[in-house]
Write a protein that binds this ligand. Structure first.
Ligand code: GDP
Ligand code: GDP
Length: 462
């Protein structure tokens, strides 16, 4: 049950540090014999119950006289040949450099699947770099700190699809034979997270551009003048933590510090505001994105909305200052059109028109928060999933690849918050993205999972 993970990236991003963490410090001192040209270091690696071979391409920069780029290309290509998955590491503190871009291009052309990792992301200093990393076109960056061991759970999650566990295959085979029985969960990978626990407060973040009414909304929700509001941009607020109860459910507002920074119209500051939002989003279960009804869903609003989804959080959009809108039908139409255009891939995001100032429709807003939170916690029985999968494969089979049909075997939900499904396929890397999107859309519709991110993990199953 082994697979190979190769660490690639320019010098100094932290490959060796991560290698040491995955391999255990003692094992890292391999192959240091003088006079032996070292190819790459390989060692058994472990993280969160996964076992694999980890290969480090660090320390190879000085073996020939070619340009750094040429040497790195050669070494990386050779190491990639042997790998099931590459962790492409960048330095979140340094941001994206030209050499990182060069690497990204190389990796995008190759056949080896790539997980983008932003290292040195502990604390705040890594945030702008993390945001920049989206530009590399390699998907959502995983924030970690190799030095401090942060983000390892996310790393496990990202590596899980590449684990070729014989026993998991066997389980899949066994269960595939019992599709339609009442048999339910087949735990694989990490421990599933606990089901929705009604005693725990729902963590809410309120995000949005300056002046849309976030503080006013918070005041109205908790019914106290605890946050200062005012029209002057640049006003400072105190960070507070707020707990309240509504219809017997506890809510907790996470980190309002982001509300203190009032952005000026200045690109750098706007980037910071986005980085701030990212940090707050990560602490939340449900994110309320407040937008101004007079300025429907601009580019920055949509960036934040997409970020909520790519971070796996549930999203509710509050269109505020509805009291001041004259043509409501038109405004509503505009919101719907923009959402369809920008977030069409995630159907059913709840949009609630409110007036934070007048306290209107706040119950509707909290209802939407609860409903979305429930879907985010939903667990679908394996038997139902596989019954559905059988039907889908009958009516809309995956495309032929080089004349052969991919074999999709089995599906099971491995996680909630958000719902995350493992799909066992004979050749996971060949399953086209368009087909994955089709599966997710049909799943969302069939099992009624509106407005939350759904994740599909591809796993190898013979
Ligand atoms: P490599 O050249 O890619 O193998 O990078 P190294 O592992 O040698 O790390 C380069 C430098 O970054 C060293 O000084 C490390 O201590 C530092 N470093 C590695 N990981 C982290 C991290 O998570 N946070 C911080 N702040 N520094 C790190
Ligand atoms: P924040 O920067 O997002 O926290 O925004 P504030 O809560 O400070 O609100 C900015 C301005 O918008 C203030 O002058 C508020 O009184 C005003 N405002 C907030 N909510 C509403 C609303 O529902 N209707 C109207 N008409 N004005 C609002």
């Amino acid at each position: 049950m082994s697979f190979t993970v190769v660490l690639v990236g320019r010098p100094n991003v932290g490959k060796s540090t991560l290698f040491n963490r995955l391999a255990g410090k003692k094992l890292a001192l391999v192959d240091d014999t003088p006079g032996v040209t070292r190819d790459w270091r390989a060692a058994p690696g472990h993280v969160g119950g996964l076992s694999f071979t980890v290969v480090d391409t660090a320390g190879l920069e000085d073996v020939s006289d070619d340009s750094l780029e040429a040497r790195m290309r050669r070494q990386t290509e050779r190491a990639l040949d042997r790998a099931d998955v590459a962790l492409f590491i960048i330095d979140a503190r340094a941001g994206v450099t030209p050499l990182d871009r060069h690497f990204a291009n190389l990796l995008r052309k190759g056949r080896t699947p790539v997980v983008l990792v932003a290292n040195k992301a502990e604390g705040k200093a890594g945030m702008p770099g993390l945001y920049e990393a989206f530009e590399l076109g390699l998907g959502e960056p995983l924030a970690i700190s190799a030095e401090h061991g942060e983000g390892m759970a996310d790393l496990v999650q990202a590596l899980m699809p590449y684990a070729k566990e014989d026993d998991a295959d066997a389980e899949a085979q066994a269960a595939a034979g019992s599709i339609g029985s009442e048999e339910d969960e087949i735990p694989i990978g990490d421990q599933p997270e606990p089901e929705e626990d009604k005693a725990k407060p729902i963590q809410i973040a309120i995000v949005g551009r300056p002046n849309v009414g976030k503080s006013t909304l918070l005041n109205s929700l908790v019914g106290e003048e605890r946050v200062l509001t005012g029209p002057e941009a640049g006003m400072t607020r105190d960070a507070i933590s707020v707990d309240w109860t509504w219809r017997d459910r506890r809510f907790k507002l996470v980190d309002t510090a982001g509300m203190r920074r009032r952005a000026r119209v200045d690109e750098k500051v706007e980037k910071l505001a986005v980085a701030d939002a990212l940090r707050v989003i990560r602490m939340a279960n449900v994110v309320i994105l407040v937008v101004d009804a007079g300025q429907i869903l601009d580019k920055q609003d949509l960036t934040i909305a997409r970020m909520v989804i790519s971070e796996g959080r549930s999203l509710v959009i509050a269109v505020n200052k509805w009291d001041a809108v004259e043509n409501r039908a038109l405004a509503l139409k505009q919101v719907e059109d923009k959402l369809e255009a920008a977030l069409g891939y995630i159907k059913g995001v709840k949009v609630v028109t409110i007036s934070a100032l007048k306290g209107q429709k706040l119950d509707t807003l909290l209802d939407a928060v609860l409903a979305t939170y429930t879907v985010w916690n939903r667990r679908i029985p394996t038997s139902q999933l596989n019954r559905w999968l059988e039907g889908v494969l009958d009516h809309h089979p995956p495309p032929l690849i080089e004349g052969r049909r991919l074999k999709i075997r089995y599906m099971t939900q491995v996680k909630t918050r958000p719902p995350t499904l493992a799909l066992f396929v004979n050749k996971p890397l060949d399953l086209p993205e368009s087909y994955q999107r089709y599966l997710i859309a049909d799943l969302r519709e069939t099992f009624d999972l509106p407005g939350v991110p759904l994740r599909l993990l591809l796993r190898k199953g013979k």
